[in-house]
Design a protein around this ligand. Sequence first.
Ligand SMILES: Cc1cc2nc3c(=O)[nH]c(=O)nc-3n(C[C@H](O)[C@H](O)[C@H](O)COP(=O)(O)O)c2cc1C
Length: 189
Amino acid sequence: MHPPAAEGAEPHAADAAAGPARHAAPAPAADDRLALRAALGRYATGVTIITCRNAAGLPVGLTANSFSALSLDPPLVLWSLRRASSALANFAAAPVFAVNVLSEAQVELSRRFASREADKFAQGVWRDGLGGAPLLEGSTATFECRLVSQQAAGDHVLFIGEVLHHRHDADEPALAFHAGHYHAVGERL
Ligand SMILES: Cc1cc2nc3c(=O)[nH]c(=O)nc-3n(C[C@H](O)[C@H](O)[C@H](O)COP(=O)(O)O)c2cc1C
């Protein structure tokens, strides 16, 4: 589970694509939020770096574990981005994004792309994919996606992409994230 969004996030470009009116439910107490976060963290995930190219031609990317498969026919995937993220306007405007599913060997890159490091792409071997979205060498899978939907949802924006191209490497073990920590995927049961 990624860190909760800061409260009182500024309005942003994705608001224009928002669906129905936002919920007016009272903010949960801090204890409830911690307990919810801990409960959600029991759900083990993989780890991705999701990238795009912004209007100025610069690469943009962040570590995300909200990625999920959505549909096989048509091929759709989803992920969500904090409304307060500095990357929001870039992903909201980019017609294409790429999902790099990290391998165990890429845990340091995961930490780097979860930070505010200025030049995140200075580490790792990258090449341009569709729409210039950066693809990471050594990732266990890659999905290049056309953005088909974006929708404000609570303190996040939900992005849905159509998979235009994908590849995977079954010999690269995937990096896992569980209960706030990185893990190697264990034995097959
Ligand atoms: C394992 C892990 C998973 C994360 N998943 C997400 C995610 O799905 N969505 C998100 O908005 N932030 C996620 N984050 C946090 C972002 O990586 C982080 O906030 C961002 O890189 C910092 O830059 P920003 O705040 O300017 O966007 C995750 C962080 C970690 C360590």
